[in-house]
Design a protein around this ligand. Structure first.
Ligand code: ADP
Ligand code: SF4
Ligand code: MG
Length: 337
């Protein structure tokens, strides 16, 4: 499989958005936060055609920001994203329909005043994928495809359950006939029993439609279930990347090991959700990341080198990369267990 989505040196900063009063206060020496948050820092990776890439990491590590940049919803501060060689954005505007997004909360992402059929039809009509005259049949087809009864097209979002609303959001994304789907915590707001249904639908649709996906989730069991490869993020950087079973089975980065250390067997059940508070220490503020390796204040393997020098991402096998000075020590520790 060849690389299809290229994410090249993407960084995204969020400024402090100071009011004029705050700017004056800052100049006069008052304690006003003037630093920028570096939400994503120089991320380069590619996703192959038909592949699902899982994106994991603790809350606030930059997963959604990266997902939004890939989807062309958010302008990167630097770097660029291309799909099959064509840029996703030009001059701060999304210029392709080939990438679509499914968000965590379908209630927030669906217009409460619009009939759901109209919501699904809106984009395809605007982009000439169907006509107003043919939109009824077009939308009905997508409703069936995601397991919804087409007679419901005239209902409003509040008349559906959470799982049904997420199916509508999936239909809306797929009706744009994308090649690439960005799913940002698509099942996190759903009941556990419904999560498995939506995940199975997602697997079926990505396989049947040959979609390329970036699947963001804090639930590692979900990521393990849906992904071919997984990228692990820490404070805006990708610290490890590789085939999901290899990364889960033999984590090469100490952060991945801490994250996955408590990964239970794959059962899509509330009891099996992984809690990140098992990792030692607090996540540092992205306003002032630590020197050297961002993970060093929490890392059991940290040395002086780690606090001084940021490790580059480097290949450790044909399909895996890791950004750690001492990954061999980490991997050797697995063999002893
Ligand atoms: N619109 C925004 N304005 C300012 N800071 C933001 C904004 N969006 C995200 N951030 C900050 O960027 C960092 C990454 O956030 P996010 O991408 O949402 O992480 P995740 O999805 O992994 O939880 C966090 O520190 C967050 O507070
Ligand atoms: S570079 Fe050092 S501090 Fe960072 S993860 Fe590796 S061992 Fe830990
Ligand atoms: Mg998020």
């Amino acid at each position: 499989m060849s690389a299809f989505v290229h994410i090249e040196n993407i960084s995204r900063l969020f400024g402090p958005n100071l009011t004029t009063g705050e700017k004056i206060a800052a100049k006069l020496g008052s304690k006003v936060e003037t630093r920028s948050v570096r939400a994503v820092s120089d991320v380069t990776l590619s996703v192959r055609k038909g592949e699902t890439l899982g994106l994991v990491g603790e809350s606030g590590c930059g997963k959604s920001t990266l997902g939004r940049v890939i989807a062309g919803i958010l302008t990167p501060t630097s770097g660029r994203v291309t799909i099959d060689g064509a840029p996703v954005m030009k001059n701060g505007t999304k210029v392709t329909t080939r990438v679509q997004t499914v968000f965590q909360d379908p209630f927030a992402s669906l217009d409460p005043r619009m009939k759901v059929g109209e919501t699904v039809a809106e984009g395809p009509i605007a982009h000439g994928l169907t006509t107003k005259a043919q939109a009824g049949g077009y939308v009905a087809g997508w409703f069936e495809r995601v397991g919804l009864d087409p007679v419901w097209v005239d209902r409003y979002p509040h008349q559906f359950s959470g799982g049904q609303r997420q199916r509508i959001a999936i239909a809306r994304a797929l009706a744009m006939q994308p090649d690439v789907l960005i799913c940002d915590e698509p099942v996190a707001s759903l009941d556990v029993s419904i999560q498995a249904q939506i995940i199975n639908l997602f697997l079926e649709l990505t396989r049947d439609l040959g979609l390329t996906c970036v699947f963001i989730s804090h639930d590692l069991s979900v990521v393990q279930h849906v992904s071919d490869r997984v990228a692990v993020m820490y404070l805006g950087r990708i610290v490890e990347l590789g085939p999901v079973q290899e990364v889960f089975g033999t984590p090469a980065h100490p952060y991945t090991a801490a994250l996955f250390g408590s990964v239970p067997k794959l059962v899509l059940d509330a009891e099996e959700l992984v809690r990140f508070d098992k990792i030692m220490g607090e996540v540092p503020s992205p306003l002032s990341p630590p020197s050297g390796c961002y993970y060093h204040p929490r890392c059991p393997l940290a040395t002086e080198l780690c606090s001084l020098t940021q490790p580059d991402s480097a290949p450790i096998s044909e399909l895996r990369t890791v950004a750690c000075h001492h990954f061999e020590v980490q991997m050797a520790s697995l063999e002893k267990k």
